[in-house]
Design a protein around this ligand. Structure first.
Ligand code: DGY
Length: 319
């Protein structure tokens, strides 16, 4: 049987790679650094399928180097690196992985909030470095019980975070492009964006990055928040004006930030944010559990193979 020609532009979970290998001839870039653009173009010359990664810009120029491409699949729910309109113009379906990472990402998002509120990482740092001296000089945080959580971007992950917050005794308000029909069931009240900024004790950001949402948290937005506010971003770094966030944290405009995503990403080791005492940053690990990454990779393989066979993708952004 003739095998499909496929480019895999980054590392991939073994279970999914085995599935792809059974039907495809694969050229894979499996180094830590992103694939060099020239090499990718060379490989794409005869490729029918592409497994892209978040650090590959999929745009008109790339597609022009891939005249035989019939499908692109990526193991993420976000696709801000992809020009979907350009794919659609060429009739190329783009598959992502919604749904399968909801609970893992909600766990990490709420975990960041909990960790920041109770200074768990600072406590660990004290103990690990032998500075655990007495009961008064330990890191002090805030109660989550009774506080108001504001969720900006109430999709599936937002709803899963709301469930966790309600279980901890928090009030939940949210802002979304449109009001959810099930918000009473979620125990979450829809409010205007500015009202959320003013009322929330803790703000969780779960909005997809697009040209419209880029930089939606800047100086004006931080100025509207409580000075005691905790700001959690688990979506994309580009939603936030990093300099404005730095200034807000430095000047006490808000109390604390916990970020799973940053702009730039990776964050350089000498970045000014890392000098602040009131910030906690994890390296974009929202979906990083063994089970979830396997599910994402398998859905990516299913998307790819369906597209190669001319079938509808199980999860397609541009059907
Ligand atoms: C996603 O799926 O978009 C996660 O952020 C991983 O990139």
């Amino acid at each position: 049987m003739k095998k499909y020609q496929v480019v895999v532009a980054g590392k991939m979970r073994a279970c999914a790679l085995a599935k792809i290998n059974s039907e495809c001839h694969v050229r894979q870039w499996d180094k830590i650094e992103p694939i060099p653009r020239n090499l990718l173009y060379e490989w794409l010359a005869d490729a029918e399928g592409l497994v892209s990664t978040g650090d590959v810009r999929v745009d008109d120029e790339l597609l022009a180097h891939a005249p035989h491409l019939r499908v692109i699949a990526q193991a993420s729910v976000g696709y801000d690196n992809v020009d979907i309109a350009a794919c659609t113009r060429r009739g190329i379906p783009f598959g992502n992985t919604p749904g399968v990472l909801v609970e893992a990402t909600a766990d990490l998002t709420f975990g960041l909030l909990l960790c920041a509120a109770r200074r768990i990482h600072e406590g660990w740092n004290q103990v690990a470095s032998g500075r655990w001296l007495n009961n008064h000089d330990v890191p002090f945080g805030i109660d989550l019980y009774g506080k108001t959580l504001g969720i900006v971007g109430m999709g599936r992950i937002g709803a899963a975070v709301a469930r966790r917050a309600r279980a901890c005794g928090m009030q939940v308000i949210y802002h979304n492009r449109s009001r959810r029909a099930d918000d009473e069931h979620l125990g979450a009240a829809y409010v205007a964006f500015d009202d959320l900024l003013a009322q929330a004790d803790c703000i969780v950001v779960l909005v997809p990055l697009s040209p419209a949402s880029r930089g939606m948290f800047g100086r004006a937005e931080f100025a509207k928040m409580k000075r005691t506010a905790y700001f959690i971003n688990a979506a994309r770094g580009g939603l936030v004006d990093t300099q404005a966030l730095y200034d807000a944290l430095k000047e006490g405009q808000i109390a604390y930030a916990a970020l799973d995503v940053t702009d730039p990403e990776p964050l350089p080791g000498d970045h000014p944010l890392l000098t602040l005492p009131n910030v906690l940053i994890t390296p974009h690990i929202g979906s990083a559990t063994h089970e979830t990454r396997d599910r994402m990779a398998m859905l990516t393989a299913d998307n790819l193979l369906a597209g190669l066979a001319g079938r509808p993708l199980p999860a397609c952004v541009n059907p």
